[in-house]
Design a protein around this ligand. Structure first.
Ligand code: HEM
Length: 214
């Protein structure tokens, strides 16, 4: 145990802290009554944003490797993805248990009224599938299909951003109201996706050294 802790890299420490700290702060704020007049909504929103941020960070690993040749980030994708899933489980549990007391009639009623929840539920199922098949044994078992399956993370992330944007009031075309934050997340995701497109990725990799030393 001591040896394992000693061998942790700085990036690993940053990832573990970055995933646990927002949750610890949330619990502290909850028990010291520092949340808003609607504490359950606060819990839902903060866990939702943390899960999305961790998901985006896991998607940023490959582009970061292409840009800077930083190999270690590739090894940390799985941890970031699993942390995103863990926080998403907390987010959904807060909705099901704290907000709706696990009452299926009320939950179905909420889904009918707040359509953004359907997108959240689909993205949650995507994350669940990816988390269950994230281990080396499933990688061996699924072979080539593993990569294909794990590409679902991109549409999954798009759905989360739509889920976020649709939960807000605002005008996307005038960039007014609460829509700005989901819009920024959307722009970052678009950039990450563009950087993964074959020819663009190759261009970045071949020009990496020149880009770095200019
Ligand atoms: C069954 C699945 C899900 C349900 C029932 C659900 C439910 C909710 C609810 C009730 C809200 C609060 C809306 C509000 O009152 O402002 C919310 C917001 C949000 N959720 Fe989900 N969600 C689900 C899946 C997910 C997943 C998988 C993610 C991310 C990986 C996610 C990320 C977010 C984000 C980023 C917000 C907006 C936070 C903000 O307003 O700042 N949700 N969700």
């Amino acid at each position: 145990m001591k040896a394992r802790l000693k061998n942790l890299t700085l990036l690993q420490v940053a990832i573990h802290l970055g995933a646990w700290l927002p949750l610890i702060l949330l619990v502290v704020d909850f028990f010291s009554s520092r949340l808003s007049v609607n504490p359950i909504q606060d819990l839902e929103q903060r866990t939702g944003r943390t899960a999305l941020t961790l998901l985006m960070l896991s998607l940023a690993c490959t582009p970061l490797h292409s840009l800077f040749g930083w190999r270690e980030v590739l090894k940390r994708r799985r941890t970031l993805g699993l942390y995103a899933f863990m926080v998403a489980v907390i987010h959904v549990s807060i909705f099901m248990f704290l907000d709706y007391g696990f009452n299926w009639h009320l939950i179905l009623d909420a889904v009918m009224k707040k359509r953004f929840i359907i997108l959240g539920a689909i993205s949650f199922l995507v994350l669940l599938t990816l988390a269950l098949t994230s281990f080396d044994a499933s990688k061996r078992w699924l072979g080539k299909n593993w990569k294909r399956l794990h590409r679902l993370v991109y549409p999954g992330a798009v759905l989360v951003i739509l889920h976020y944007a649709m939960s807000k009031k605002g005008d996307l075309f005038r960039l007014q109201g609460d829509i700005i934050r989901p819009f920024i997340y959307g722009l970052i995701l678009l950039t990450l996706l563009i950087m993964r497109v074959g020819p663009i990725r190759k261009f970045i990799q071949t020009h990496r050294l020149q880009l770095r030393f200019k």
